[in-house]
Design a binder for this molecule. Structure first.
Ligand code: ADP
Ligand code: MG
Length: 216
C-alpha cells in the first residue's frame, strides 16, 4: 500500500527532527532568551541526542511503533529538565500508544496517532490555542493534515500541508501574549516574540514532511 507510513519512515522522521534541532539549536536558544531562560535549544538538542542514540541502538526489525516511540518519549522525559521535555516526551509516548503493536500506519492511522500525541501535550500542559506555546503550531498542523487526508491527498502531500500550517502557527505566536509556561511571567512583555516551542514544533512537522517526501 503506497500510502502507508512504515516504521523505517517514522524513524527517519525522528532522525531528521534531531538534525534540524541540532542545526537550529542556537536559534531556539535565542528565541528562548527573549521570553524564557535561554535553554530551549540546549534542552531539545540534549533530548534528541538521547533519542538518536536509542534509535541507533535499537533493532528496528524487532521493533513496533508503540515500543520504539514509548522508549523515545521516555528518553526525552528523562533527559530534558525543562517544560519541553515532558511535553515532547508525552507527544511521542501518545504517538506510540496509538501506533501500538503495528509497524506501519495508513493515512488515517497517522492522523489518529498525531491527534493522540497533540491530545497528550494538551492534557499535560493545559495550553489552548492562542496561549503562545507549541500547541499553536501542533494543533493547526494536525488539523491541516486531517483535512488533507480527508480530501484524499497523498500522505506526502498532506504532511507538506501540515508543515506549512505549523509554520503559519509558529509565526502567529509572535504578537500573542503568553498565558502558559515561563514566558507567561512576562505578561505583555512576551508580545512581539515568536515562541521557541512553537518553532521547534514546526521543525517536527517539517521533518515529517521531509521523511515522507523522500520515502515517496
Ligand atoms: P522551560 O520553559 O522549562 O525553560 P523550554 O525552554 O525547553 O522549557 O521550553 C519552552 C517552551 O515550552 C515554550 O516556548 C512553549 O512552547 C512550551 N511550553 C511551556 N509550557 C507549556 C504548556 N503548559 N503547554 C504547552 N507548551 C508549553
Ligand atoms: Mg527555557
Amino acid at each position: 500500500m503506497s500510502d502507508a507510513v512504515d516504521l523505517e519512515e517514522l524513524v527517519d522522521w525522528l532522525r531528521r527532527f534531531d538534525d534540524r534541532i541540532q542545526d537550529e539549536r542556537a536559534h531556539l536558544t535565542k528565541l528562548d532568551s527573549a521570553i524564557g531562560d535561554a535553554d530551549h535549544g540546549a534542552n531539545m538538542a540534549r533530548g534528541m541526542t538521547a533519542v538518536r542514540e536509542l534509535l541507533d541502538e535499537s533493532d528496528l526489525d524487532e521493533a513496533t511503533i508503540g515500543g520504539l516511540f514509548k522508549q523515545a518519549g521516555m528518553a526525552l522525559v528523562s533527559k530534558v529538565g525543562g517544560a519541553s521535555g515532558p511535553l515532547y516526551g508525552t507527544f511521542l509516548l501518545r504517538f506510540g500508544s496509538s501506533g501500538g503493536d503495528r509497524t506501519n500506519l495508513d493515512a488515517a492511522g497517522l492522523v489518529d496517532a498525531l491527534d493522540a500525541a497533540l491530545g497528550g501535550v494538551v492534557a499535560r500542559g493545559k495550553a489552548e490555542a492562542g496561549d503562545k506555546t507549541m500547541v499553536d503550531a501542533i494543533e493547526p498542523a494536525v488539523a491541516a493534515l486531517r483535512e488533507a487526508i480527508e480530501d484524499e491527498a497523498t500522505v506526502a502531500a498532506a504532511t507538506a500541508t501540515a508543515a506549512r500550517a505549523a509554520d503559519a502557527g509558529r509565526d502567529a505566536t509572535e504578537p500573542m501574549r503568553a498565558r502558559k509556561g515561563r514566558a507567561s511571567y512576562l505578561g505583555e512583555r512576551s508580545e512581539g516574540h515568536v515562541d521557541p516551542g512553537a518553532t521547534s514544533s514546526a521543525l517536527l512537522f517539517r521533518a515529517l514532511a521531509d521523511a515522507l517526501e523522500s520515502a515517496g
